[in-house]
Design a protein around this ligand. Structure first.
Ligand SMILES: Nc1ncnc2c1ncn2[C@@H]1O[C@H](COP(=O)(O)OP(=O)(O)O)[C@@H](O)[C@H]1O
Ligand SMILES: [Mg+2]
Length: 433
């Protein structure tokens, strides 16, 4: 709450004294007239003077009352309530301080950012930032708004831009608090996004530069020392083809990632049968599995299981997960693929797609980062297996777009389980009895 300023209190006391004096004058005139009349000494002059005095004080009093009423009406009675409600609902920290940098008001976000903040205590007790405190001084001196940076290091590093602005001293209802407002804008996520973007460009360029350098190297060798060596030429051309294919895969993955991201906010419109998609993908990858000595066990429902989705995107999800299980879980010799309906208690039915391998598994510290672009447990191994490090990032984006969830569980040495859960299509349940 805003305390009364000394000026306002004085003004109100002066007003009360003036009204009391006027009322006193009115009553005194009335008494004089009454007494004079009672004692029969009321002559024309005395009566006239007394009536005039009464009229004047009545008139002045009535005028004061009207003025007071007008002022009362003009003052927005609800402005405090509205201001409080507004402040409470602003998700960013907002603090109001007076001219001596004493806290007048702090919203919930400010209190959670600065737990030590207290009304009527100096802001410096809760916020030890010379930049902000000097900023308040300078705003009070010059009247110009300022932006300064405030970085909090504990418990986690967070960066804020603090906008410091002077409050209008004659703003209705705020006269008592005339001082400075501080508005904190959280820059942490913007900074993180920016860092991710820079990393992404650096990673993508690096991934392309490696195969390009190798292709250029072989071209130079073929133009020079190996010019007349047909056997070396055949071998080098084969390697160059492999590198060019790797670049193509990388560019394909980058393009599909950006396409999926662009449509991330649009829910897919089609209705597709996941049973058909999974069985098609298992057939496609059988040859690759056989080559590596991996057996695929499939457990599919006997009927169609439909979801609202995009057929191509769901094909990519099943392809990436089954291919990873075959590639990285090769040593387990077996991959289990299952699709089933999952109906929780009271919740809408969902479709669950599970790929389990029995390979080396993934250490716990890698699990949360697997879906980051270009993140690989073992970069050399992934490259050697033709990986780009984008597969799981693509899977995650597609699953999100389908309002689904991807979970990864793994015990090192015991393989890994990748589970995708997507809401079952209600529309299709009506169409397909
Ligand atoms: N089934 C799995 N078993 C062990 N590690 C896996 C498995 N699936 C994925 N990974 C790890 O996750 C990383 C990222 O996978 P992904 O995004 O598909 O990239 P890529 O397959 O192109 O390397 C892989 O490089 C691998 O280290
Ligand atoms: Mg992959």
């Amino acid at each position: 709450m805003i305390p009364q300023s000394p000026e306002a209190a004085k003004r109100r006391a002066r007003e009360r004294t003036r009204q009391a004096t006027l009322r006193g004058a009115f009553v005194a005139s009335a008494v004089i007239v009454a007494v004079a009349a009672a004692r029969d000494i009321l002559d024309g002059w005395l009566l006239g003077a007394a009536i005039l005095a009464m009229a004047i004080s009545a008139f002045v009093l009535a005028d004061r009352d009207r003025e007071q009423q007008v002022r009362e009406v003009a003052r927005p009675r609800t402005s405090r309530g509205v201001a409080d409600a507004l402040l409470a609902n602003i998700p960013d920290p907002v603090i109001l301080v007076d001219r001596r940098a004493i806290v007048v008001e702090a919203n919930a976000a400010a209190r959670s950012l600065l737990p030590a903040i207290k009304q009527r205590h100096p802001l410096s007790f809760a916020l030890r930032s010379p930049d902000v405190l000097d900023g308040i001084d300078s705003v009070l001196r010059t009247g110009d708004a300022l932006r300064v940076e405030y970085v909090e290091r504990v418990p986690t590093e967070r960066a804020f831009e603090v906008l410091i602005g002077r409050l209008e001293a004659d703003a209705p209802g705020l006269d008592a608090a005339a001082g400075v407002m501080l508005f904190f804008r959280d820059l942490t996520s913007a900074r993180r996004l920016e860092a991710m973007r820079v990393d992404f460009v650096a990673n993508a360029s690096h991934e392309l530069r490696t195969p390009l350098a190798s292709v250029l190297g072989f071209i130079e060798t073929l133009q020079g020392p190996a010019r007349n060596d047909p056997a070396a030429r055949e071998r080098f051309l084969e390697i160059m083809r492999g590198q060019a294919q790797r670049m193509t895969r990388l560019i394909d993955d980058l393009l599909s990632l950006s396409r999926i991201e662009m449509r991330a906010h649009l829910a897919p419109q089609g209705v597709v049968d996941l049973t058909g998609i999974v069985s098609h993908m298992v057939d496609t990858l059988q040859a690759m599995a056989r080559e590596r000595g991996v057996e695929i066990n499939v457990a599919l429902p006997s009927a169609a299981l439909t979801v609202q989705g995009d057929r191509d995107e769901l094909l990519r999800v099943t392809e990436n997960l089954i291919e990873n299980a075959i590639k990285y879980g090769e040593s387990g010799g077996r991959v289990d693929v299952a699709l089933r309906r999952r109906s929780g208690e009271g919740s809408a039915p969902q479709v669950e797609f599970v790929v389990q391998d029995y390979g080396p598994g993934i250490a716990a510290e890698h699990l949360p980062r697997l879906t980051e672009r270009f993140y690989r447990v073992d970069v050399a191994q992934s490259r050697e297996k033709g990986g780009t490090g984008l597969g799981l990032a693509i899977v995650k984006h597609i699953v999100n777009r389908h309002r689904g969830q991807l979970t990864i569980e793994s015990q090192p040495g015991q393989g890994a389980v990748f589970t995708v859960v997507i809401p079952e299509s209600v529309q299709a349940q009506v169409l397909v009895p």
